[in-house]
Design a protein around this ligand. Structure first.
Ligand SMILES: Nc1nc2c(ncn2[C@@H]2O[C@H](COP(=O)(O)OP(=O)(O)O)[C@@H](O)[C@H]2O)c(=O)[nH]1
Ligand SMILES: [Mg+2]
Length: 258
């Protein structure tokens, strides 16, 4: 059976994590696996994850990071573990389910059809779709996404939505082999890594306009983080375009995954 592993980074999510939604998604598709990464939570998150694993040990598992390391590192640790397994598709998904789990099967259908190596969730407000985003987050997000697209030189509309599924590959392994240099914009650094490893990589990436997306209360993102994102872009610029930084960075990725 085709297997898909979805990594769910969790930092103090006991109040937001909907056990029922995960159990329902898993019961609908027996090939679907969830790997939660408890990112040093100080609330009851770990207990919730233990309960889920008890409910279906074959489909739910978790990693427990002792100290809080941030979403980027939590996702990276999840990928390292998932890449050891046999899943054909591996993705990550925000724990608050701003992107509903029902979308996973559509992502996998695109990957399984052949040709695509990555499906990126995109929050595009279109008639007939249900994208509920606060106005300020929407406009800041549009500015951010425009810069991300210019930086990467690819026509991507939304790099920051927390739902992406990849086809397993050696480059994917290399891309997760080293900790990210940035925190808030690691999705952009991840794309940069894949493009450095293969300049044509984006030819097989597909952006999927979500049917449904909604801001979920309890985001830990603060207003200042938008500015931090700008500074992080400078780092990614250096990685992509300054040869003396790029060379060592790329060698590091290739060396570490062997
Ligand atoms: N903010 C934050 N989120 C983390 C961290 N570690 C893991 N996450 C997870 O990253 C995902 C996105 O978090 P959220 O606060 O909803 O971010 P937003 O929706 O982009 O505002 C959730 O699944 C969090 O549990 C962390 O250190 N800080
Ligand atoms: Mg959120």
């Amino acid at each position: 059976m085709r297997k898909t592993t979805i990594i769910v980074p969790c930092y103090n999510e006991s109040g937001r994590l909907s056990k029922d939604a995960f159990v329902e998604a898993a019961s609908k598709d027996r090939g679907l696996h969830f790997l939660f990464v408890n990112d040093g939570s100080t609330d009851r998150t770990l207990e919730v994850l233990k309960d889920l694993k008890k409910a279906s040990p074959g489909q739910f598992d978790y990693l427990d990071l002792e100290k809080n390391s941030g979403k980027a590192e939590a996702v990276r640790r999840g990928f390292i573990a998932a890449l050891e397994g046999a899943s054909a598709n591996i993705g990550y998904w925000d724990a608050d389910l701003a992107t509903p789990l029902e979308e996973i099967e559509k992502f996998c259908a695109i990957l399984d059809k052949g040709g695509a190596t990555l499906v990126i969730a995109s929050r595009v407000r279109l008639l007939g779709r249900d994208i509920q985003r606060r106005a300020l987050r929407h406009y800041l997000g549009r500015v951010f996404a425009t810069f991300a697209s210019l930086l990467l030189k690819i026509p991507v509309y939304d790099t920051q939505c927390g739902a992406k599924v990849f086809k397993r590959s050696d480059d994917l392994k290399r891309a997760f082999s080293r900790p990210f240099k940035v925190k808030w914009t690691f999705d952009v650094e991840l794309f940069a890594r894949l493009l450095l490893l293969d300049k044509d990589a984006s030819l097989t990436w597909v952006e999927y306009p979500l049917e449904k997306w909604a801001d979920v209360k309890g985001s830990k993102l603060k207003r200042g983080d938008f500015l931090k994102g700008g500074l992080e872009f400078l780092k990614i610029f250096g990685i992509l375009y300054l040869p003396f930084i790029r060379r060592g960075y790329l060698e590091g990725l290739k060396r570490n995954s062997k």
